[in-house]
Design a binder for this molecule. Structure first.
Ligand code: C2E
Ligand code: CA
Ligand code: CA
Length: 893
């Protein structure tokens, strides 16, 4: 039995396997060799068969193949000369060796295998000499190399080298045995020893020859140490094979050929059993290896997973405990399972005080429901976070606003899922929002609800009335009767102080759930929601008036004020807060008109009046557009000469259906509806035209002047000046002949804007008169700076004139003031000769009144002018003129 090293399979060990041998990179030496023989068939053969062989390797290969071929030829000739029976044995031996080479027995755990053919080769060597063995060795190598390599260089060189190695070692063995025989030293033990030594020699020589090719190709020197290192297992199996062959040979010598015939199937069986046993073991080992590898992989994966899990847990813990935001793990029942320092900080408690307690216990009682509701509704499927803003209470009582995010959190080992809470301190933001919200809806001076907030509350009340028919509300509108006076005389600081004081008084009078608002200036409003709202409002109005009447000290001055209150109730039927406030405001004006410090209820009558006023407005518009407004002229007399110095033009409107409408009614309507501008312009135009007409007819009327009433809004529009100028020019009048009258109250209301217009009018030369002087609280200082030419003492002072009375003093003071400031003083509303006489005594310069003349039609006024009746005559008249001031149908005195 011989063994074939798998590490160096004949042929396969020489060249890389297969036709897909790499394209060879040739060394310069190779290139030279190939180039030199380029033209020859050998070069082509070389390039085709052995492209990876350098010159030395190629020479060695050819030498081996040549020598091997010669050896085989010699062996074949020698064998052919043997007797026929022996020849058959040789043939059988060769074929057996070649067949066995087809089924090598791989040694498990090693790269080597052995073929049964080696046993027969050594047996042939012992029985029939080196020639037979060389043929068998070549045959076996041919099969082996054909099995392991596809390259012809291997398939040719391997059998050649095996033949050379066998012929050489076989011949040496033969000579040794012959020498031993001739010396008589031949015995079984010696034979076995010698065969074993030669088998090893054969193996080494064969291996050497094969290895040389490889080393030559690489151009590396052969190192013997390395060579012997590879001996190992395979060399031992060669020795063992040769021992079996020697044993068989010895038995054959004693028993004859029959033993070989019997041994052949036994060996075949043995080897095939071994072959399959090893294959089985190999596949078992492979399966085992796969299992071990899989188990190892699993263990490695598990370890990696555990490491990753550990890392992630460490990361989570570090993120949890170092997080700047508060975090907690909470059981579904709200119990705190884990909490981080940031959350403990927010709650103002130590970790031990938080752990194990219900989270709701730290939340403001008003927000507990919000929290519980949110926590119950966390969707574990969607894993959606819910965020809620709520207050938490610290043990010291401080309130902290937290934005709390809560999400579903599932731990692998946990029996039940829990929640993860994340809390952020939003107290600063909340405070800022609250401040913003407060300032957006509150009056900064009094901290009461502002107009927007109050309207919002009224809207809510309207909504509640709609939902519940039994629900009622009332709104009170308060306006202070003398606020403007306080502001003007004591300054704005005092005005503010006054507002703060009254705001606090109002607050003390209302019930906790009533809403008090400051709507602007000195206007306050109160919303009362009650089944009996109207009655509550009336009672409260009386209480308020009493409380507000009490004097208060502002800036060192004791001030007493009063409020006019308008009340409206939900029973009127409202859709918007604006409607409610509008009606309460109307009621307040009604209260003011009825005499200050009163209250008035907005009722059906008031509503009808308003509707009526709306109709009047439409009619007035039409009347102005179609020039239906007439003028009456009331003279102003000079009390020294008794003569008429000017006329005051007064508007007259005879309504087609209702007859004459008093200016006190239609002038405010014109002012509110914006019609006043057009009305004033027409009055100015017609009055000036009339004056011009009088002047044209009689030259001595040239000095007569004309007074025209203007309203506060007139002084606020730029077109007034241009209209006045163009009217004067159009009629060729002197500006000094025109005087514009403005009531003291309206003048004081819009002083800032009015002043500029007044200055320009004065620059033109137009006269300016303060009407109803004494009613509007104008301060003395403002009188000195106002560009006015005359004062008209209100008729209420004139009518109360009698010796030693209070009015007498007031009129005296006004006359003195007028004189001092160089302004004319006109007394209006003179009805009796006694009043006239008194005015004269007080030194008043001019007078106007029914005693002297009613407002007259233009024609009658002209007649009066023509008569030029002196006042002394008029003073003798026994009774005052009729008080019909509406239509100018007058009695001429
Ligand atoms: P006023 O400017 O103070 O006009 C004088 C008012 O007193 C007139 O009432 C006149 O008829 C009335 N009167 C004159 N003498 C006497 C008297 O001896 N006793 C009494 N009790 N009354 C007397 P009238 O015409 O009804 O005007 C009322 C107010 O309407 C006017 O008061 C004035 O403020 C306003 N007004 C009248 N016409 C116009 C106008 O064209 N434009 C503007 N803006 N207001 C006007
Ligand atoms: Ca007037
Ligand atoms: Ca007047």
């Amino acid at each position: 039995m011989t063994m074939q090293p798998l590490a160096l399979p004949v042929g396969a060990g020489i060249d890389p396997p297969g036709p897909n041998a790499p394209t060879v990179t040739m060394s310069p030496a190779d290139t030279k060799v190939v180039a030199a023989d380029a033209a020859t068939w050998r070069a082509r053969l070389h390039a085709a068969l052995m492209p990876d062989y350098n010159r030395n390797a190629a020479v060695y290969w050819w030498a081996m193949v040549g020598l091997g071929g010669a050896t085989l030829l010699g062996s074949a000739i020698a064998v052919a000369a043997l007797p026929e029976a022996v020849l058959v044995q040789v043939l059988v031996g060769c074929v057996t060796a070649m067949l066995a080479a087809m089924f090598p027995v791989r040694i498990p755990g090693s790269k080597s295998s052995f073929a049964a053919g080696e046993i027969f080769i050594f047996l042939l060597l012992l029985m029939h000499g080196p020639a037979a063995a060389a043929l068998a060795a070549a045959g076996e190598a041919l099969v082996g190399s054909a099995r392991t390599s596809r390259r012809w260089t291997s398939r040719l060189a391997s059998p050649a080298m095996a033949a050379i190695a066998m012929a050489t070692t076989g011949t040496a063995l033969r000579s040794t045995l012959d020498a031993a025989q001739s010396l008589g030293a031949f015995n079984a033990a010696a034979l076995m020893l010698v065969v074993m030594v030669f088998a090893i020699a054969y193996f080494l020589l064969n291996t050497l020859l094969v290895t040389l090719v490889v080393h030559l190709k690489k151009g590396e020197p052969l190192r013997l140490g390395e060579f012997f290192d590879s001996f190992g297992w395979v060399g031992i199996t060669y020795a063992a094979s040769s021992l079996i062959a020697a044993l068989l040979y010895l038995t054959f010598k004693q028993v004859g050929i029959s033993v070989l015939l019997a041994a052949l199937p036994i060996i075949a069986m043995l080897l095939s059993t071994l072959h399959y046993h090893f294959r089985q073991r190999e596949s078992n080992e492979a399966a085992q290896r796969v299992r071990v590898e899989a188990a190892e992989r699993e263990v490695a994966q598990a370890a990696q997973h555990a490491r990753a899990l550990g890392d992630s847990e460490r990361r989570f813990h570090s993120a949890f405990s170092h997080a700047a935001i508060g975090m907690a793990l909470v059981a579904p029942d709200g119990q705190v399972l884990q909490v981080n320092p940031a959350l403990c900080n927010l709650l103002g408690r130590a970790e031990a005080d938080v752990l194990g307690r219900r989270i709701a216990g730290f939340v403001h009682p008003d927000d507990v429901d919000t929290l519980t509701h949110r926590l119950l509704n966390i969707d574990d499927q969607a894993g959606v976070d819910t965020a809620v803003e709520l207050r938490c209470r610290q043990p010291q009582g401080r309130e902290v606003w937290l934005a709390m995010h809560s999400g579903y959190f599932s731990e692998r080992e946990a029996s039940a899922p829990c929640l993860i809470l994340q809390a952020q301190d939003i107290t600063a933001r909340r405070d800022a929002e609250l401040r913003l919200h407060h300032s957006a809806f509150h009056d900064s001076l009094t901290s009461l609800a502002n107009r927007a907030r109050f309207a919002e509350r009224v809207a809510g009340a309207i909504e509640r009335c709609r939902a519940d028919p039994l629900h009622r509300f009332a709104v009170m509108y308060l306006d202070f009767d003398r606020f403007k006076l306080i502001n003007d005389t004591l300054g704005h600081g005092a005005g503010d102080q006054f507002l703060v004081t009254v705001a606090s008084r109002i607050r003390h009078q209302v019930r906790p759930h009533d809403t008090v608002g400051r709507l602007g200036g000195d206007e306050f409003a109160i919303l009362i929601e009650d089944r009996d709202a109207e009655q509550v409002a009336v009672t409260m109005a009386e209480r308020l008036q009493h409380a507000l009447r009490a004097p208060c000290t502002i800036a060192g001055t004791e001030i007493s004020s009063s409020a006019s209150i308008g009340i409206t109730c939900s029973s009127t039927g409202y859709a918007t807060p604006d409607e409610v406030l509008r009606d309460a405001d109307i009621a307040m004006y009604r209260a003011k008109a009825a005499g200050r410090a009163r209250y008035a209820l907005f009722d059906a009558r008031l509503r009808a009046e308003i509707a009526d006023q709306l109709h009047l407005e439409t009619d007035l518009r039409r009347a102005i557009e179609t020039d239906q407004i007439d003028l009456a002229y009331q003279p102003i007399h000079d009390l020294h000469t008794g003569k008429i110095v000017s006329y005051e033009a007064l508007a007259r409107w005879r309504h087609p259906g209702r007859g004459p409408i008093a200016p006190e009614i239609f002038i405010p309507i014109a002012e509110e509806s914006g019609l006043i501008g057009a009305l004033t312009d027409r009055m100015l135009t017609r009055a000036c035209r009339q004056l011009k007409a009088w002047q044209r007819r009689a030259g001595h009327h040239a000095a007569i002047g004309m007074h025209v009433n203007v309203s506060g809004t007139d002084l606020c529009r730029a077109s007034l000046i241009s209209h006045v100028t163009s009217t004067l020019l159009a009629n060729g009048l002197q500006p000094s002949q025109l005087t514009l009258e403005i009531t003291e109250t309206t003048l004081m209301k819009s002083l800032d804007v009015a002043l500029e217009t007044m200055n320009r009018l004065r620059q033109i030369g137009v006269g300016l008169s303060v009407d109803d002087f004494g009613t509007g609280y104008s301060s003395l200082s403002s009188l000195t700076t106002l560009p006015i030419t005359s004062l008209k003492i209100d008729r209420s002072f004139v009518q109360g004139l009698h010796d030693g009375g209070q009015n007498s003093d007031i009129v005296q003071a006004i006359v003195t003031l007028g004189d001092a400031l160089g302004k004319s003083v006109i007394a209006e509303g003179v009805e009796t000769p006694a009043q006239l006489a008194h005015l004269r005594k007080l030194g008043c310069g001019f007078a106007q009144g029914f005693l002297l003349a009613c407002p007259l039609s233009a024609d009658v006024a002209e007649v009066l002018l023509d008569r030029g009746a002196p006042i002394s005559d008029l003073a003798q008249l026994p009774s005052p003129v009729p008080a019909s001031i509406a239509d100018g149908e007058l009695t001429i005195h």
